[in-house]
Design a protein around this ligand. Structure first.
Ligand SMILES: *[C@@H]1O[C@H](CO)[C@@H](O)[C@H](O)[C@H]1NC(C)=O
Ligand SMILES: *[C@@H]1O[C@H](CO)[C@@H](O)[C@H](O)[C@H]1NC(C)=O
Ligand SMILES: *[C@@H]1O[C@H](CO)[C@@H](O)[C@H](O)[C@H]1NC(C)=O
Ligand SMILES: *[C@@H]1O[C@H](CO)[C@@H](O)[C@H](O)[C@H]1NC(C)=O
Ligand SMILES: *[C@@H]1O[C@H](CO)[C@@H](O)[C@H](O)[C@H]1NC(C)=O
Ligand SMILES: *[C@@H]1O[C@H](CO)[C@@H](O)[C@H](O)[C@H]1NC(C)=O
Ligand SMILES: *[C@@H]1O[C@H](CO)[C@@H](O)[C@H](O)[C@H]1NC(C)=O
Ligand SMILES: *[C@@H]1O[C@H](CO)[C@@H](O)[C@H](O)[C@H]1NC(C)=O
Length: 408
């Protein structure tokens, strides 16, 4: 199953090629086409940033960080780090709030640690701790896939913590396995919904950068809305159609909405016509946008490339920013500076200060990328990939001040 991923997981060629291509084009072209090319660059590289690889085995022992002093505590066999205290240790809902955390985010992007096949290794205790922390920042989270029982773990953790939290569950499917990953994850979500119902389920996202993957790796880089792109779209639509009938046929109290997530400029129109919502990765960092322009660029790119396009369709799918954020460091010096601005905690602060409350005010639905640093990504990809968290991997808050503008 991982064979089709060979090119996708090795980000280097795309990063190099698309960057120099972009540079060349930028010199030649005006503002409008610049955005199109930036979009491709964003999309191509974000694939690596966002990738929850199927079949990736990463052990904590491979973790190669110099800054996470407390990482060892995450190997606590209970799965907890001690980042959250409870007044009653037997009652996860009795957790003590942290004054530094403000309920200011529309949503957060989240993958429980240890949720990649075949190793898995997540735990309910760890997910409870994550939900305790995230519920102090937001009422919405999104998952990328459903392997390793993560849907049930999250819904159980919400139940035990009794917090106000909705979750977009996810299915990470691929075009090359005759639907095996799709069916496997669909069926674990069916089980989770039968157990937990839909009270805390906001939707089910079918596909994570499926179209980017398809056109890049199986259609020779064709435009996502070309005839070749539409062939890939039909594969994705097969699973979207199945998701609608499967989840719609369970007799649940409410029928979950069905959407898809892709890189900013990789939404296929035929796919958008079949979904209730689309989630778009929009990353100023990978577009080499300076930190000073990052929030405005993100808003403008999303509006022009995704919202305006979706509003033109008869079904008008609701569009969200699936991921946006800023990395705080790179594991190698060469990637610490993507274009004009550094990966740094100061710049994470600047991005939050210019994006979060402004996007709330604008009514933009976004999932801040991301809740915590993911050690498996650092081990797998290096560079900035593992360093996008608001929290360190040990669940201590980075040295930032969370913006204070309440959003329900
Ligand atoms: C594991 O976590 C629990 C809960 O936070 C804590 O009480 C315990 O001391 C930790 N154990 C180790 C070995 O760190
Ligand atoms: C949890 O409680 C212990 C003991 O009072 C304290 O040392 C620790 O700092 C607390 N941790 C947090 C995250 O509040
Ligand atoms: C999945 O997680 C739920 C909640 O913790 C648990 O009840 C269930 O047994 C788990 N299922 C599997 C297959 O591990
Ligand atoms: C899911 O999509 C794949 C193509 O990517 C297709 O082969 C498979 O039949 C689909 N399965 C279902 C149940 O929709
Ligand atoms: C919306 O549709 C109109 C009419 O077909 C077209 O002129 C316009 O360019 C479209 N806008 C976008 C953002 O797709
Ligand atoms: C983006 O930044 C990288 C790293 O600093 C650099 O190699 C690349 O040329 C830049 N691309 C553009 C288009 O500025
Ligand atoms: C919010 O809307 C204003 C006005 O349209 C725009 O200039 C700004 O870039 C938007 N910011 C965000 C973060 O959405
Ligand atoms: C935290 O950030 C503040 C403000 O940027 C800075 O003054 C301080 O030195 C930082 N503290 C640490 C421990 O890095």
């Amino acid at each position: 199953m991982s064979s089709g991923y060979a090119n996708v997981e090795n980000g280097a060629p795309y990063r190099e090629n698309s960057s120099s291509y972009w540079l060349e084009q930028q010199e030649k072209k005006g503002r409008k086409s610049k955005y199109i090319v930036i979009g491709s660059l964003v999309a191509l590289v974000v694939l690596i940033a966002a990738g929850i690889a199927i079949g990736v085995t990463v052990s904590k022992n491979h973790h190669n960080s110099s800054s996470s002093s407390a990482i060892a505590s995450s190997s606590n066999s209970t799965g907890k780090t001690g980042a959250v205290n409870e007044t009653n240790p037997n009652d996860p809902s009795s957790f003590v709030k942290n004054d530094a955390l403000k309920h200011s985010f529309y949503g957060l992007a989240y993958t429980p640690e240890g949720s990649q096949l075949p190793a898995c290794g997540n735990s309910l205790a760890a997910v409870i701790e994550d939900i305790q922390l995230m519920s102090q920042l937001t009422s919405r989270i999104r998952l990328y896939g459903a392997d390793c029982n993560q849907s049930a773990l999250v819904l159980e953790a919400i139940k035990q913590t009794k917090v106000n939290m909705g979750v977009y569950l996810g299915i990470y499917n691929v075009p090359t396995d005759a639907g095996a990953a799709y069916v496997r994850q669909r069926d674990t979500i069916v089980d989770a919904l039968k157990t937990y119902g839909t009270d805390h389920v906001l939707g089910i996202t079918v596909g994570n950068e499926f179209m980017l993957n398809y056109v890049t790796n199986y259609a020779g880089g064709a435009d996502v809305n070309s005839a070749a792109g539409n062939v890939g779209a039909q594969l994705l639509i097969t699973n979207i159609t199945d998701a609608k009938s499967t989840f719609g046929g369970l007799g649940l109290s409410t029928t979950p909405t069905i959407g898809t997530a892709d890189a900013g400029s990789y939404f296929n129109t035929q796919v958008l016509e079949q979904v209730d919502y689309g989630m778009s990765n929009v990353h100023p960092w990978f577009a080499n946008v300076s930190i000073d322009q990052a929030a405005g660029w993100t808003a403008e790119f999303f509006q022009q490339t995704n919202v305006d396009v979706a509003n033109n369709l008869t079904n008008k799918p609701k569009m969200f920013i699936a991921e946006t954020g800023w990395p705080t460091k790179s594991s190698d010096a060469g990637n610490a500076n993507n274009g004009p601005s550094l990966a740094s905690v100061d710049n994470l602060q600047k991005f939050m200060d210019t994006f979060v409350c402004q996007a709330n005010q604008n009514g933009t639905g976004y999932f801040y990328f991301e809740y915590f640093d993911e050690t498996w990504k650092d081990a797998q990809f290096g560079g900035v990939e593992g360093w996008w968290g608001l929290f360190n991997a040990d669940k201590t808050l980075k040295n930032v001040t969370i913006p204070d503008c309440h959003i329900d």
